[in-house]
Write a protein that binds this ligand. Structure first.
Ligand code: NDP
Ligand code: HSE
Length: 451
């Protein structure tokens, strides 16, 4: 006779009831509302992929009375974000900013919830304390959407290339500035006009400072450098120059040289004999028209990753926008939820290498300079002599007489491209040049990249 199955223990889970992952959303704006839509539309599929059903238990917003369309159930809205995060297994932070996002993430972790965030500003400023809290409370922290929107980049660097040695990551990680520079290149318009148009189209924020001054790209560079080089690279370690100084004259000069101006985020392993350092920098640079990044148009992003064994990898796609960014957020939600169901943890912070940070002055870069000078004999020789006295070698030079009647024959604009030279030497040379009576103004100092 077959023995009867023992009665289940009174506290054992009922195997016929699929487990539920309670999800709390912090924010229902551009990204959050699309995350809610995708969860609603695909919850059946997601449940199969995760092995548990996602149940949205609340959505924290500032204004509870605002109509948020058909995908946001008004009954889920709350202004009690602090209370909400204690009722979830997984918190999706898409509210942005530093506070209260940071405190809410820390509270969520303390309550045992894993966190998915798209908040690059917070990660760049405070990533270390968030990672430490995740470790302390045994939860996960995922942030694929924080860099380059929909483009899978964090996971490839953190996981797929974990066995390789990354040398350099270089790319366009800010869509707004790419839209602006691309439009300036296509139309010849000045930047202010193009930024106004980008604002009308919803590409640029009402206050575009974070994008045009390079803060957004610098935050992303800090995240990429930390992951790529297993070193804590803070926002303050990233050299940052935005695009506000780029003029239509620079764009025209770049075109004459067969180049395009792009705002680049570059993070690099600098090897000098036995010594290794990390460089992280953001600046507008002239790249050859033949370089794949030159053809990245509108608000698209593209990133090159160079690794010792893998060689060069290129990632391209939509770096912003509610729906593309929500795709990356949901990828993380599924990943973290699976870990909740199956047990185990995702990757933790890896900063064992702790490489020193290279200052911008120590790097060797090629420059493009535009100077307005007196148009008389000996001036060019004087400028060349000054550069040469600092070990800076000129590769090409182009003189353009001014066309306005009054100054014609009195002033000229010279465009100089240099060979690779030390940044510090260029800083000193520029100081000296600006003191020369024949140098009326230094109009542009830009780098050349992508050779
Ligand atoms: P939005 O400004 O569109 O939405 C922010 C949401 O958060 C709103 O619903 C807002 O409430 C809510 N919120 C803000 N502050 C609070 C607060 N103190 N308490 C409660 N709720 C609050 O931002 P996005 O969706 O554009 O961006 C969200 C995050 O995603 C940011 O970190 C951003 O950097 C990142 N990101 C955005 C991308 C994009 O293309 N938009 C791309 C990649 C990343 P209310 O609606 O009531 O005002
Ligand atoms: N402001 C950012 C951009 C949004 O323009 O790329 C995506 O992080």
């Amino acid at each position: 006779m077959t023995p009867a199955a023992p009665d289940p223990a009174p506290d054992a889970p009922d195997a016929s009831v699929p487990p539920v992952i309670r999800v709390a959303l912090l924010g229902a704006g551009t990204v959050g509302s699309e995350v809610l839509r995708l969860i609603r539309e695909h919850n059946g599929d997601l449940a199969h992929r995760i092995g548990a059903r996602l149940e949205v238990v609340g959505v924290a917003v500032r204004d509870i009375g605002r109509d948020r369309g058909p995908h946001v159930d008004p009954a889920l809205l709350t202004t009690d974000a602090e209370g909400l995060v204690t009722r979830a297994d997984l918190v999706v932070e898409v509210m942005g900013g530093i506070e209260p996002a940071r405190s809410l993430i820390l509270s969520a972790m303390e309550s045992g919830a894993s966190v998915v965030t798209a908040n690059k500003a917070l990660l760049a400023q405070d990533g270390t304390s968030l990672y430490e809290a995740a470790d302390r409370h045994g939860v996960d922290l995922s942030f694929e959407a924080a860099v380059a929107g929909a483009i899978p980049l964090i996971r490839p660097i953190r996981e797929s290339l974990a066995g390789d040695r990354i040398q350099r990551v270089m790319g366009i990680v800010n869509g707004t500035t790419n839209f602006v520079l691309d439009a300036m290149t296509r139309t010849g318009a000045e930047q202010a006009e193009v930024v106004a148009r980008a604002q009308e189209l919803g590409y640029a924020e009402a206050d575009p400072t974070a994008d045009v001054e390079g803060y957004d790209a610098a935050a992303k560079a800090s995240i990429l450098a930390s992951l790529a080089f297993h070193t804590r690279v803070g926002l303050g370690d990233v050299h940052r120059e935005g695009i506000t100084a780029v003029t239509s004259d620079d764009i025209a000069a770049a075109r004459r040289m067969g180049r395009t101006i792009k705002l680049l985020s570059i993070v690099e392993r600098i090897v000098d004999g036995q010594e290794e350092r990390v460089s992280a920098r953001v600046y507008p640079a002239l790249i050859p028209d033949s370089h794949p990044l030159a053809s990245v148009s509108e608000a698209y992003n593209a990133v090159f990753v160079e690794a010792e064994a893998a060689g060069s990898l290129m990632f391209y796609g939509q770096g912003a926008g509610g729906t593309p960014t929500a795709s990356a957020v949901l990828g993380d939600v599924v990943g973290v939820a699976r870990l909740r169901v199956n047990g185990g943890y995702g990757p933790r912070e890896s900063h064992y290498a702790e490489l020193p940070i290279a200052g911008i002055g120590d790097l060797r870069t090629q420059f493009y300079l535009a100077l307005t000078v007196e148009d008389r004999p000996g001036v060019l020789a004087d400028v060349a002599g000054c550069l040469s006295s600092h070990g800076i070698s000129i590769s090409t030079i182009h003189q353009q007489p001014l066309t306005d009647g009054e100054d014609q024959g009195e002033r000229a604009v010279i465009g100089i491209a240099t060979h690779r030279s030390r940044e510090q030497s260029m800083t000193v040379a520029l100081d000296e040049l600006s003191a020369r009576p024949a140098v009326l103004s230094i109009d542009s100092v830009l780098r050349l990249e992508g050779e």
